[in-house]
Ligand binder design. Structure first.
Ligand code: SAH
Length: 225
């Protein structure tokens, strides 16, 4: 009889979880994610820690999952796509993230850039994100409970901005806080007709490029406990 602590059983559990994560990485590769740094983060970040225990078995499926307060943890493909789009074009020292949620996107991004400044309007979610990031020993993230439409003026300018909730149009403060040469990736538009857009700020104008249709929760104003 093998006991529960039999090393071969533990190895078995590890193998299954490594296989499950590898399947997710393969799926994202098949869908066109090519940046190996991003794929490696998807492989490394334990997404099951970011969702409710009851949803743990679904953590490595390529779907958004509920995290409470009517919000969702972003779908891995979308997290990978946004991170890749933000990184393409050169190293980033300072990134502003709007919509920390439970911190999964933040955990994928943080080791690939200098510093992350992340803003979330729901305090309870921000508390959870802080705990998750601390547990993973990710230390280059600064969190703020505020309305992300205002950006984080005291820490501007940023050379990258990633928006994880969809506004009808990108708030002007975010373009103001983007450095020249910087990139901003955001889902834009009303529910059912959102597009993922990458903006690049030039000396005189902002270049706009569509990365395809997406489905995000809406950007909301005001704060929530
Ligand atoms: N990327 C996150 C989850 C994104 S869900 C993750 O991986 O878990 C979008 C998040 O944006 C939600 O947590 C929502 O509360 C937040 N949000 C919506 N409007 C916001 C605003 N104006 N300012 C800051 N955060 C906002």
């Amino acid at each position: 009889m093998s006991s529960y602590l039999d090393p071969s059983r533990l190895a078995g559990i590890g193998m299954t979880s490594a296989r499950t994560r590898e399947r997710l990485v393969q799926r994202l590769t098949d869908q066109g994610i090519a940046d190996l740094r991003v794929l490696d983060r998807i492989r490394q970040v334990p997404r099951h820690l970011f969702v409710d225990e009851a949803l743990g078995s679904r953590a490595y499926e390529d779907t958004a999952l509920p995290i409470g307060f009517g919000q969702t943890i972003s779908q891995p493909y979308i997290v990978a796509r946004m991170t890749e789009a933000l990184l393409a074009g050169g190293a980033l020292r300072k990134v502003l993230e709007i919509g920390t949620g439970c911190g999964y996107q933040t955990a994928v991004l943080a080791p690939l850039v200098g510093e992350v400044y992340s803003v979330e309007r729901i305090a309870s979610l921000l508390g959870r994100a802080r705990r998750n990031l601390r547990e993973l020993r990710i230390r280059n993230v600064h969190c703020r409970h505020d309305d992300g439409a205002l950006g984080w003026p005291a820490r501007a300018p940023f050379d990258g901005i990633l928006v994880a909730a969809a506004p009808a149009a990108v708030p002007p403060a975010l373009f103001e806080q983007l450095d020249v040469g910087g990139r901003l990736v955001a889902p834009v538009g009303p529910d059912g007709r959102q597009e993922l857009i990458r903006y690049t700020k030039g000396e005189h104008r902002v270049h706009r490029e569509s990365l395809g249709p997406v489905q995000f929760v809406p950007m909301l104003s005001g704060l929530q406990r």
